[in-house]
Design a protein around this ligand. Structure first.
Ligand SMILES: [Zn+2]
Length: 181
């Protein structure tokens, strides 16, 4: 593979940990991943077989965390749901300006809006899963997540989110072919 920066041949390194800042979140780390490093300009490129599955796994980590969502995390979940800021503001009962201040970290999120965001995401997820006959797969996750809903959320923390990459080695192409029949 060639470096997108300088065109040099990149070196493959397996079983690495990659700080996944491309997610837009400050604290996501991909474990056991293959990366390509440029020996000339130090550019690093991760190999991500199924971006969609990875982004879903990160979203499920956020939905299940026991502490409050940050504005950045709220925006991440909104984008994963494919909902426009204006529409999402309405769903949460905010003005678009207020939602924008929250997403940019200038204002906190109420506990209600936090839990509503997680619930909206889960409803979307259940809808998708039933279309793909994957409901069994998310039942355990749901039990765990609803348990965390019974308690008050703790104060937000940027604790590390680690995603175990070998679990995502099935490529999107293979995955789609599983559901095409
Ligand atoms: Zn380079």
């Amino acid at each position: 593979m060639r470096c997108c920066n300088c065109g040099s041949e990149m070196i493959e390194k397996q079983h690495q940990t990659y700080h996944y800042l491309e997610s837009g979140l400050p604290n996501v780390y991909l474990q056991g991943i293959t990366v390509y490093e440029c020996p000339v300009c130090d550019e690093v490129m991760p190999e991500i077989p199924s971006l969609r599955k990875l982004h879903l796994a990160i979203a499920m980590e956020l939905v299940g965390k026991p502490d409050a969502l940050s504005g950045t995390e709220l925006r991440y979940l909104r984008k994963e749901m494919g909902v426009q800021a204006k529409t999402f503001a309405k769903m949460l009962g905010y003005t678009p300006q207020h939602l924008s201040r929250i997403e940019n970290g200038h204002e906190g999120i109420s506990e209600q809006a936090d839990k509503l965001t997680r619930s909206l995401f889960l409803m979307r997820r259940i809808e998708e899963a039933s279309l793909r006959n994957q409901l069994d797969e998310i039942k355990n996750q749901l039990d765990q997540i609803f348990a965390s809903f019974r308690d008050r959320l703790r104060k937000h923390s940027d604790r590390r989110i680690s995603i175990n990459m070998p679990a995502f080695m099935i490529s999107e192409k293979e995955e789609n072919s599983l559901f095409s029949t």
